[in-house]
Design a protein around this ligand. Structure first.
Ligand code: BES
Ligand code: ZN
Length: 563
């Protein structure tokens, strides 16, 4: 960013930006306080004039042509993990929290990560520029800089619950409303039962343009979400259960540094799955979600290698970019750790600890050692629980790379998926006992996520026995080819690419021009680069401007890695 002036306690102050950047962290800004500053004062008021540059990694600016109705420009931010510093000077660590007031002028509606206190002060158009309103927000709960967020564009809102609204482009509004109105309030109430009442007054969802690089981002008051969650079948609302859960784990109780990221994401997976179990009235559903999570953990560990630092629950991130360390490890290893405590102590005792932990560290930041101390302390006077906790091998959990012990998940919902995968495997291997004739009936009663588990099972088969012909048969018989559910379709294409089914190459390239969510973009490029490097390269060049700067950088790294 460019800094043009600094004032301290209303006096002009000398400041210095270091001559060179320290990658990947940026440039320190050093401010010298005016000579007459009282050295015993408890605080100093700084006012810094800054402008972002075209290299700002926290923002994506979309031209009208890049939006769905092509009428207006759009801007949105994504600050987690260390991009807030490209937007405003700050102590960009989650160990520092503060309240925020946001004042933003725009010709189009604005959302920011606080409660709206405007808009106000309309200024009419001038010199051909459109008129603007001053949009104002306040966040009274102290929050870390990575939760700062803003978006502005042609957006409208609709109610999805008594304390919730969804925001998105006017053309997409009714579909988004339908997707979320059934579950949002039920999720909030389920989470409140496990932890304690929701603290942020309203819980809203902003559905962003397709280049949004994540599934969801837990910005306070307004969760930011990828449009791929609006799949028309309410099958991806678990993303909302996840982002909502961050209202406790992450946003009220924040990881003190990115090395303790599992305290954000592991706890959030845990709460998300408690919500899923509660609304379905059965633990089968949470274990089914955990089974999908375990496969994601396997993929991440395979990517890094079993001995890699980034597969530790607490990795060493000194000098590293947290975006490079990002994977399913903190999510799923963290989840398994907490699930382990639930089983070890019994749900009744564990459920008493949950609100205690979230009360102890409310509005604070926490590391893994404080988590451990608080847990041990809470059960110190319960001989049975204390003994069980004494036997926990903390150092192995915290610092051993690779897999944690695999829990004994309830496989009821996954078994049907595995059984069908076995049949396809037998078909592929031409086994005599197989008289299996695939038909649409095979998956008639399934949810989309059951198809995901089926497809991932086939991806994991050694030597990839599924032939291109079988991929085509599967695509037409089960309708995977034409599914609007990107979770499903991306798994189908990945399997197709692994199986060298050329019929999926072009559709993969097309999908890569329609969604910029890294969860889909990265594995698809990884496969496409191996199968058809030219097509992969061309697809990236054509869509370079469509991707968010973070996603673009990640894909560039993939091309470098694969020569
Ligand atoms: N906070 C994360 C997204 C994130 C993590 C952004 C690290 C930047 C750096 C968010 O809560 C998240 O986990 N999103 C998931 C969806 C979820 C259902 C697992 C995603 O984007 O896929
Ligand atoms: Zn999360």
């Amino acid at each position: 960013m460019e800094v043009s002036s600094v004032r301290a306690n209303d006096e002009t102050a000398e400041y210095q930006l270091a001559a060179s950047r320290i990658e990947p962290y940026g440039t320190p800004l050093t401010i010298s306080l005016p000579a007459k500053t009282d050295p015993t004062a408890s605080h100093v008021t700084l006012s810094i004039d800054v402008a972002t540059t075209k290299d700002c990694t926290a923002l994506q600016w979309l031209t009208p042509a890049q939006t769905s109705n092509k009428k207006h420009p759009y801007i949105f931010s994504q600050c987690q993990a260390i991009h807030a510093r490209s937007l405003f000077p700050c102590q960009d660590t989650p160990d520092v929290k503060s309240t925020f007031t946001f004042n933003i002028r725009s010709p189009l509606p604005v959302l920011a990560s606080g409660l709206p206190t405007g808009p106000k002060d309309f200024q009419p158009s001038k010199d051909g520029k459109p008129g603007t309103l001053l949009y104002t927000f306040h966040q009274e709960i102290p929050m870390p800089s990575y939760l700062f967020a803003l978006a502005s564009g042609d957006i409208a809102s609709a109610s999805i619950g008594p304390r919730s609204t969804v925001w998105t482009g006017p053309e997409e509004l009714t579909a988004s409303q339908w997707e979320f109105e059934k579950d949002t309030e039920a999720y909030i109430q389920a989470a409140e039962k496990v932890v304690y009442p929701y603290a942020w007054t309203t819980y809203n969802v902003l559905v962003l343009p397709p280049s949004f690089p994540y599934g969801g981002m837990e910005n306070p008051v307004y969760t930011f979400a990828t449009p791929t969650v609006v799949s028309g079948d309410r099958q991806n609302v678990d993303v909302i259960a996840h982002e909502l859960s961050h209202s406790w784990s992450g946003n009220l109780v924040s990881n003190a540094s990115w090395e303790h990221f599992w305290l954000n994401e592991g706890w959030t997976e845990y709460l998300e799955r408690r919500i899923i179990a509660a609304v379905h009235g059965s633990d089968q559903y949470r274990d089914f979600s955990a089974i999908i999570g375990w496969k994601a953990l396997e993929d991440s560990i395979a990517q890094f290698g079993e001995d890699h630092n980034f597969t530790k629950l607490i990795p060493d991130l000194k000098g590293k970019d947290p975006d490079d360390a990002f994977s399913s490890v903190p999510y799923e290893k963290g989840f398994v750790f907490l699930y382990h405590f639930e089983k070890l102590l019994g749900i009744e005792k564990w459920d008493k600890f949950i609100p205690h932990y979230f009360t102890t560290f409310k509005q604070k930041s926490v590391d893994s050692y404080e988590f451990k101390a608080t847990l041990l302390d809470f059960f110190a006077n319960d001989a049975d629980a204390a003994k069980k906790l004494q036997n926990v091998d903390w150092d192995t959990w915290f610092y051993a790379p690779g897999f944690p012990p695999k829990p004994d998940f309830d496989t009821t919902l996954a078994d049907q998926c595995y059984a069908l995968a076995d049949k396809w495997q037998a078909l592929a291997e031409n086994r005599k006992e197989s008289d299996f004739k695939p038909s649409a009936k095979d998956i008639e009663s399934w949810t989309a996520n059951q198809s995901v588990v089926f497809l991932e099972r086939l991806q994991s088969l050694p030597d990839h026995p599924i032939t291109p012909e079988l991929i085509n048969l599967m695509g037409t018989t089960y309708g995977y080819e034409s599914s609007k559910n990107v979770e499903l379709v991306s798994r189908f294409y990945t399997l197709g690419l692994m199986s060298r089914a050329e019929s999926v190459y072009k559709p993969t390239a097309e999908l890569l021009g329609e969604v910029g969510r890294m969860k889909f973009v990265r594995p698809l490029y990884r496969q496409l680069i191996m199968r058809d490097r030219k097509l992969a390269g061309r697809t990236f060049e054509e869509n370079r401007d469509f991707y968010h700067p973070i996603c673009r950088g990640m894909v560039e790294k993939l091309f470098e890695k694969h020569g």
